[in-house]
Design a protein around this ligand. Structure first.
Ligand SMILES: CC(C)(COP(=O)(O)OP(=O)(O)OC[C@H]1O[C@@H](n2cnc3c(N)ncnc32)[C@H](O)[C@@H]1OP(=O)(O)O)[C@@H](O)C(=O)NCCC(=O)NCCS
Length: 252
């Protein structure tokens, strides 16, 4: 949490819950809200959330778990549910080209252009997250059609703990049009298919690659709900695939 704030709830000197907030300009992302199982339903989650609400950020959002307590707390706090977000996992499939053929090329690790592209598509300037991904040896890439950049992405090789089979996390992936968004995901999967056996990707319900990936045999691991305090989200879910944490939850 070097790039954000973390809060803990204590009871008799013991940590019983925690929350985490990442602020970028006027947007706050609640990245964590957890209470120890034996202390759940005891108002601790509400207290942790209330403390984040006091910051009075113009936009506050999160990816809620399906726990009814989480959804109820967020919705009552004004974070309205906007779309389902699917964590998919799959591998071993051969991806056909889309009509709009896109080529992938590794980007220079220090490139500021990728930070600018990401800021435009995900709605926040966040050099801290890019520095973090690069420190974990994620590979930034450009997606090009006929030589012109149409999107960007990151490929994370998950080697921590020597996972077997080797797994790969894709994201964030951003594009400027829905047609390119689907083509970028297909191209990125094809490009990275030799890097691992299992591929993980978190896909908003509206993203054009969701039916493509399910038709290819990707499985739904879990479904979260994007909740936000503003009626129109600050990014277009047809164009943006957030990253995932190693635990498989969305990293907006
Ligand atoms: C979600 C979580 C953080 C909530 O914290 P908590 O301390 O258990 O929750 P609280 O007791 O503060 O509040 C829960 C509220 O949900 C309400 N609630 C419980 N079940 C409900 C249901 N089925 N429908 C609607 N509301 C419900 C409760 O009435 C309570 O509200 P109230 O205090 O006004 O009556 C905690 O349960 C948890 O860690 N869950 C597992 C991890 C998780 O899913 N975290 C969320 C990540 S986004």
């Amino acid at each position: 949490m070097a790039a954000g704030e973390m809060w803990v709830a204590e009871m008799e000197g013991r940590i019983v819950g925690y929350s985490a907030l990442i602020k970028r300009r006027n947007i706050g992302v609640i990245a964590e809200l957890f209470v120890r199982p034996e202390h759940q339903s005891g108002d601790i989650g509400a207290a942790l959330l209330h403390q984040l609400l006091e910051k009075d950020l113009p936009i506050l959002c999160t990816m809620s778990s399906s726990d009814p307590r989480a959804l109820s707390l967020y919705i009552r706090a004004g974070l309205r549910p906007q779309w389902p977000h699917f964590h998919l996992a799959g591998g071993g499939m051969r991806l056909p080209d889309s009509m709009a053929k896109v080529d992938i090329e590794a980007a220079e690790s220090a490139e500021t252009r990728i930070i600018t592209w990401d800021a435009e598509i995900c709605g926040r300037l966040r050099p801290e997250e890019h520095a973090y991904w690069q420190s974990t040896h994620a590979t930034p890439v450009w997606c090009r059609r006929d030589g012109e950049i149409v999107g960007y992405g990151y490929v994370h090789d998950v080697r921590a703990g020597g996972t077997n089979p080797a797994s790969v996390i894709l994201g964030p992936i951003g594009a400027r049009s829905p047609g390119d968004a689907d083509a970028c995901v297909r191209a990125l999967l094809r490009w990275s298919c030799s890097r691992g056996d299992v591929f993980h990707i978190g896909v908003p319900g509206q993203h054009p690659s969701l039916p493509t990936l399910l038709r290819l045999g990707f499985r739904i691991e879990s479904v979260e709900t994007f909740c936000c305090s503003c009626a129109t989200a600050f990014f277009d879910p047809r164009l943006y695939i957030p990253s995932l944490t190693l635990e498989g939850t969305a990293f907006l």
